[in-house]
Structure formats: structure tokens, C-alpha cells
Design a protein around this ligand. Structure first.
Ligand code: ADP
Length: 252
């Protein structure tokens, strides 16, 4: 798979055929490269908590410890194991989405109620970070997979809290027309540069790896949001101004 056909410059049918085959080749190679990068990123993400797990176990077994030391080692192991489980769960969701196996259980519900529930879920994180949450909406009935849509909203709100400025705020707005319903999560945070916005829904893409890791992020959250919204035949997008804030919206 590393040979392009060097006949593109000829004007005849053979040249045309070579052109089409080479285009196919480029696309196929692009997919392989992407897949390889994904496997490399996933392995790298799993390797870090795994290395912590192994070193904590080795250390604990090297000599006799007192109960407090064993407990401390076990707690570190637990954190790493949880992180690995979360990562594997996320990877399984993405794999299912890629094979069109993401099962949707549609039901009719009020998106404003769901957003309200998400705000309650994320309030402790907001309080911890000194961020205020606002909901700006009328009832908006939709038919969708409530659990998965709730996951998307929670994800967008927790990102809006994490990547906010001190004493910042997060506003959730819902608008509905006869044809579509749009939910927007806006923050007053650090924002995202235009060259990063382009890639923001790509798997493992993170603007600030250290900040993301610090809060236990893997860089898969927005990829999962996109897969869920795609499965609903909806759209998800981001608008952002560095140092002013970002808005993440989806419409279904
Ligand atoms: P994670 O937050 O776990 O790293 P995500 O896929 O949710 O992964 O987000 C990918 C990256 O997008 C984050 O690492 C961060 O750099 C950027 N990002 C996401 N949401 C925001 C936001 N509201 N403001 C600024 N940057 C954001």
C-alpha cells in the first residue's frame, strides 16, 4: 500500500484511471494513518495509569508495610483502575458508533428538564471552581435518546466549567423552531484558537493536555458528543474567541 501509479500526467484513459486509483489510494492511506494514530493515542493514554498501577503494586510488595501505607497504595491503584475503565468504556462507545452499532432508545421528553437535571449534576463541580450556572429556556419537547443527550449536555457543561476563567459563568440556552431544536452551552472561559476549533471534535485532540489530564480528561468527550449527535442525524459545532469564551451547540 505504498505505491501510487505514476501515469497521471498522460491524457488518455489510462491516465484518467491512474488518477482515480491514486485518489482512492490517498483516501485509503489517510484512513489507515488516522487509525494508526488513534491506536497509538489510545495505547499511550492507557499506558500512563497502567504504569502507575504496576509501580504501586511492585512498591507495596517489595517489603512489609503498615496498614496506612497499604491503604494509600490501594487508593492510588483504585484511581488508576477507574481511569482505565473510563477510557475503555469511552473507546467502546466510539467503536460502536463507528460501526453504526450505537443503539438509540428514543423517547419524547422536555429538553429543558434534561438540561435542568444536567445543571444539578454539575453544580458540585461548578461550586468547586467558583462558576455560576444559568439556564435560559422555555419547555422544548423533543424525541431522542434521553440518556445519551443528557450525557452530551453534561459533557459540554463540565467542559465549560473546567475551561472557564476564575469566577466565570456558564449559560445554557435552548431555542426551538418547528423544524429543529438547538441547545447552546456558552462559557466565559479561556476560549479556543481558530486553528484548534477546526480539530476540537477529533478524538484525543486537546489544546492543553496538562489541564485536561489534571481533571481526568482523556480528550474523548467531544468525540463521543459528536458520535451521539451524528447518530441522531443532528449537527454539533463550536464557536469561540480566545480569552473571551466558547459556545458549543447542537441541533436535532
Ligand atoms: P477532555 O476535556 O477530556 O480533554 P474533550 O474531548 O471534552 O476532552 O475536549 C477536548 C479539548 O477541547 C479539551 O482538552 C480542551 O482543550 C478543549 N475544550 C473543550 N471544551 C472547551 C471549552 N468550553 N473551552 C475551551 N476549551 C475547551
Amino acid at each position: 500500500l505504498d505505491q501510487r501509479i505514476d501515469l497521471e500526467k498522460t491524457e488518455d484513459e489510462l491516465g484518467q484511471l491512474a488518477l482515480v486509483l491514486n485518489q482512492m489510494f490517498d483516501r485509503l492511506k489517510g484512513s489507515f494513518d488516522q487509525q494508526n494514530q488513534f491506536i497509538a493515542d489510545a495505547s499511550h493514554e492507557l499506558r500512563t495509569p497502567l504504569a502507575i498501577l504496576v509501580s504501586q503494586i511492585d512498591l507495596a510488595l517489595r517489603r512489609d508495610r503498615d496498614t496506612a501505607e497499604y491503604k494509600d497504595a490501594l487508593q492510588r491503584c483504585q484511581r488508576s483502575a477507574h481511569r482505565m475503565k473510563q477510557l475503555v468504556d469511552d473507546l467502546l462507545i466510539l467503536a460502536a458508533a463507528d460501526q453504526n452499532r450505537l443503539k438509540l432508545n428514543p423517547e419524547t421528553f422536555d429538553l429543558a428538564d434534561a438540561a435542568h437535571f444536567c445543571i444539578e449534576m454539575t453544580t458540585p463541580l461548578a461550586q468547586q471552581n467558583n462558576i455560576t450556572l444559568h439556564l435560559n429556556t422555555q419547555p422544548a419537547t423533543i424525541t431522542a435518546d434521553k440518556v445519551k443527550i443528557t450525557q452530551v449536555i453534561t459533557n459540554l457543561i463540565s467542559n465549560a466549567i473546567t475551561y472557564n476563567s476564575p469566577n466565570g459563568s456558564v449559560t445554557i440556552t435552548i431555542t426551538q423552531t418547528a423544524r429543529k431544536t438547538t441547545l447552546t452551552v456558552s462559557d466565559t472561559g479561556i476560549g479556543i484558537a481558530p486553528q484548534d476549533v477546526k480539530h476540537i471534535f477529533e478524538r484525543f485532540y486537546r489544546v492543553d493536555k496538562a489541564r485536561s489530564r489534571q481533571r481526568g480528561g482523556s480528550g474523548l468527550g467531544l468525540g463521543i458528543c459528536k458520535s451521539i449527535i451524528d447518530a441522531h442525524q443532528g449537527f454539533i459545532w463550536c464557536e469561540s474567541t480566545p480569552n473571551l469564551g466558547s459556545s458549543f451547540s447542537f441541533s436535532i
